[in-house]
Ligand binder design. Structure first.
Ligand code: COA
Length: 353
């Protein structure tokens, strides 16, 4: 109850998560039908109801504008944690920023943060490039191969929107008060940072590092659970089957250079699933999107500290679409609470008055 499970908080045309069947529909398409087939900007345009060609041009121009504004961010991007940097940098945007400007800025800020962390000057964006290609070049400081760009594009589309997740709900709550888009996106970034939402993929890699080889998986997982730790990348509030996005990302990794990480990840997933099934026979706990996000983003040489930030780059399109959808209802989100505190002392108010 305290997690609002099964509460319908909005009607949306943007995405639908079927947790029993493991199906994700984004703007009328199964995720498998668009991930790896549409570039990020086209999927974003679908969600935003924009013309895809026009939106791609606007996004490229907005990346250049965001790069030119980097000096005005002060020390916002110097924060050691990428999500702190993205939250601070996004907060610098004008409250009149357009949706393309917000989505572009988060990508440029992510690339600039990675460059600064690596001791490089931020690489200027290429307004003519695709969003995924430009993002990867800005993060790595050099252009990436076509198969890597395709893999990042597939990732960005896979996670672009996902029903009433915590960060999207946070954005909609802010939008419902009549506040501006940038304020809603700053709130969403704050929600995404948490390890129970978008912050899991870095810890998933830490886990794979800690396990090392498949033969260690069982002992490592049992020990972690004995310490009351959660197994990152496993379990989901809505899915009772394997998260369909895990399969999309697993297939995407298979199209890249073979990596031993994939074999290790599969072995750890199998082991974790079996152990969790024994402990929670009534509550299926299977791999979620973050499990293979970790393996994919590592294969793309994206720094571990930026995994959640790259998730935010993708999800920013969904957030913007939800903000517009909710704002159009004009309805304040204001749930009720049940008071469980102490009762006032009889006649206290009268005595004071
Ligand atoms: N590892 C170990 N145990 C887990 C678990 C995990 N990853 N996920 C859930 N559980 C256990 C809980 O401890 C709880 O056990 P209990 O009933 O004995 O107390 C039970 O399963 C039910 O969990 P609950 O907290 O009610 O589920 P939820 O819907 O609130 O949790 C998540 C959803 C995603 C927050 C949860 O599965 C989790 O923390 N996963 C790891 C973090 C992660 O990968 N996040 C990314 C999500 S996309």
């Amino acid at each position: 109850m305290s997690g609002l499970e099964n509460v319908i908080a909005a009607e949306t045309r943007l995405s639908d998560v079927d947790g029993e069947r493991g199906r994700l529909v984004i703007a009328g398409h199964d995720v498998e039908a668009i991930a790896g087939r549409l570039p990020f900007e086209a999927a974003a345009a679908l969600l935003l109801g924009e013309n895809p060609e026009r939106f791609a041009i606007d996004l490229g121009a907005a990346r250049r504008k965001a790069f030119e504004a980097l000096p005005a961010l002060g020390d916002a991007l110097d924060r050691a944690e990428a999500m702190d940097a993205l939250r601070a940098a996004t907060g610098h945007l004008s409250s009149h920023a357009t949706r393309a400007e917000v989505i572009a800025a988060i990508a440029v800020h992510a690339g600039a943060w990675a460059s600064l962390q690596a001791g490089r000057a931020p690489r200027p964006p290429d307004p003519e490039a695709g969003h995924a290609a430009d993002l990867l070049a800005m993060i790595r400081g050099r252009p990436a191969a076509a198969d890597e760009v395709a893999a990042l594009d597939a990732y960005l589309v896979t996670v672009i929107d996902h029903g009433m997740n915590a960060s999207t709900f946070a954005a909609r709550v802010v939008a419902s008060t009549g506040s501006d888009l940038v304020s809603a996106i700053v709130a969403a970034i704050g929600a995404l940072k948490g390890p129970l939402h978008g912050g899991a993929p870095g810890p998933v890699l830490d886990m794979l590092d800690g396990i090392g080889t498949a033969t260690n998986a069982e002992a490592w997982i049992e020990q972690a659970l004995a310490r009351k730790q959660r197994i990152m990348g496993m379990g989901h509030r809505i899915y009772r089957v394997r998260d369909p996005r895990a399969a999309v990302l697993e297939r995407t990794i298979m199209r890249l250079q073979p990596t031993p990480r994939l074999e290790l990840a599969r072995a750890v997933e199998r082991c974790a699933e079996q152990i969790l099934a024994k402990r929670h026979p009534d509550r299926p706990l299977k791999a979620n999107v973050e499990f293979y996000t970790a393996v994919l983003l590592e294969a793309l040489q994206i720094p571990r500290g930026l995994f959640t930030g790259v998730f935010g780059v993708a999800r920013s399109a969904g957030w913007c679409a939800h903000v517009a959808e909710h704002a159009a209802t004009g309805r304040l989100i204001r749930p009720a609470s049940r008071y469980i505190g102490p009762s006032p002392v009889p006649n206290e108010a009268g005595a004071r008055g």
